[in-house]
Design a protein around this ligand. Structure first.
Ligand SMILES: Cc1cc2nc3c(=O)[nH]c(=O)nc-3n(C[C@H](O)[C@H](O)[C@H](O)COP(=O)(O)OP(=O)(O)OC[C@H]3O[C@@H](n4cnc5c(N)ncnc54)[C@H](O)[C@@H]3O)c2cc1C
Length: 408
């Protein structure tokens, strides 16, 4: 129901759809095969004035919101999930500066990203610390006017394509996650090497690399905020970015369903189209309904963030969990609806399923999102008053009857 969106968001949707149809669909399969970076699409996005739209106007962006970002990501991902994330990761990489940088830092790093002249990446995860990001080991030590960085990052999306990297390092290992700091590093800095490229199941046009830091010296002014504020910066960033992953998932789900409906409307078995069987009708009806529900959750979470409503963490996590689980279900069912052809690369459908899987894993695996939602509910329950303000009875262990079956 795009008519319910603000005019600006509808305009972004139309422009992104045009880029998806004219610049993404023609190259998606080929880039999936070759793993080449979608530079032609970045150029088309620049021409359509869609790069860096989420960056405030005073730093060269369009001052667009998370809702607008989600809308562009959904449209691109309908055509190719890899290209969707190659775009969205620039928001993930620049949010740390937007939420934690000084005016000088914003002036320095954001305008080239806003114009699409430079790409940016987000370096939090390490080999031994993914979900438990607070245990990261990359070290940054202050030495005069510089930080000296040593350590390694894993799974850096946009890896060698980016020029700027937000790198989370420990400046005080004795303080655990409270000793983490966010530091900007430029490609080409001595002691900073782009390492191994990962071989991925899906989103294959996006380079995901290890990053290596060996006595890498960067100016102390590259520190975002104060020392020790890095973990909070990363969490705030992820809260803003997660609706984008959810939008990628909605796009993948919608793109796969569009293909499945079209295919089954033409595929004839038992003298009629596969789509005309009631079993297929019910299936596509359920999948379309789930996609629409996911989309509404994404838009609601995004609008809440844009409106500056506090405590949107739970809603961003819910949108991410729901939309990415829907994407996995829809893309798997879509392959099934293509039958044997779905398992072959003749049609783009198996790529949707491969691309969708990562959305359940990155920017906080869905198990972690469920923990986030559960913790939020626990806090809300502790604060609940009024009709919920009843005393719950507790029974001593010896009072429990042994005859009561487990789970009753
Ligand atoms: C293609 C790709 C791109 C990525 N891009 C980036 C990027 O640009 N920047 C970046 O910083 N990171 C990136 N990542 C890393 C990604 O965010 C992590 O892979 C993810 O957070 C999970 O961490 P992990 O792989 O170490 O899994 P682990 O943390 O080892 O988890 C393994 C499994 O255990 C589950 N689990 C862990 N803890 C709990 C718990 N407490 N309760 C229940 N279950 C639990 C997890 O959900 C998961 O299913 C990327 C990863 C991939 C694969």
């Amino acid at each position: 129901m795009k008519e319910l969106l603000p005019k600006q968001a509808q305009d972004y949707m139309e422009r992104a759809r045009h880029v998806a149809d004219t610049a993404v669909r023609p190259v998606a399969a080929e880039l999936d095969r070759t793993g080449d970076y979608p530079w032609s699409v970045i150029e088309a996005l620049r021409e359509a004035d869609l790069m860096g739209i989420w960056i405030p106007e005073e730093y060269g962006g369009k001052g667009a919101g998370v809702l607008d970002l989600c809308i562009v990501v959904e449209e691109l991902s309908k055509a190719c999930g890899g290209i969707g994330v190659s775009y969205a990761v620039n928001a993930l990489g620049s949010f740390p500066i937007i939420v934690g940088g000084t005016d000088d830092q914003k002036q320095k790093w954001l305008p080239p990203v806003a114009s699409g002249e430079k790409l940016i990446a987000f370096g939090l995860s390490e080999k031994a610390s993914g979900s438990d990001a607070g245990s990261l080991r990359t070290r940054a030590e202050r030495d005069g006017d510089e930080y000296v960085i040593n350590g390694n990052k894993k799974w850096n999306t946009n890896g060698n394509a980016a020029s700027f990297y937000t790198v989370y390092c420990s400046t005080r290992p004795d303080r655990g996650h409270r000793g983490i700091s966010a530091i900007m590093v430029e490609k080409g800095t001595s002691g900073f090497e782009i390492g191994k490229r990962e071989k991925l199941m899906g989103i294959r046009c996006v380079p995901v690399h290890e990053l290596h830091f060996d006595n890498c010296r960067v100016p102390a002014e590259n520190l975002l905020g104060n020392e020790g504020q890095g973990f909070g910066n990363a969490m705030k960033t992820l809260d803003r970015a997660r609706p984008g992953v959810a939008a990628q998932a909605v796009g993948l789900a919608q793109g796969a369903l569009d293909w499945a409906v079209r295919y089954t409307s033409e595929r004839q078995q038992f003298g009629q189209s596969v789509l005309s069987f009631q079993a297929t009708q019910f299936k596509v009806a359920d999948l379309a309904t789930e996609i629409e529900a996911a989309r509404q959750m994404v838009w609601t979470a995004a609008r809440a963030i844009d409106a500056g409503i506090g405590n949107t963490t739970k809603f961003a996590a819910m949108a991410k969990v729901f939309a990415t689980d829907v994407a996995m279900r829809v893309t798997t069912e879509a392959v099934q609806m293509f039958g044997g052809y779905g398992y072959c690369t003749d049609y783009p459908i198996e790529k949707y399923m491969r691309d969708a899987k990562i959305t359940q894993i990155y920017e906080g695996a869905n198990e972690i999102q469920r923990l986030v939602i559960g913790r939020a509910l626990t806090k809300e329950a502790a604060k609940a008053t009024g009709h919920l303000d009843v005393k719950v009875e507790h029974f001593e262990e010896e009072e429990a009857s042994e005859e009561v079956p487990v789970g009753a």
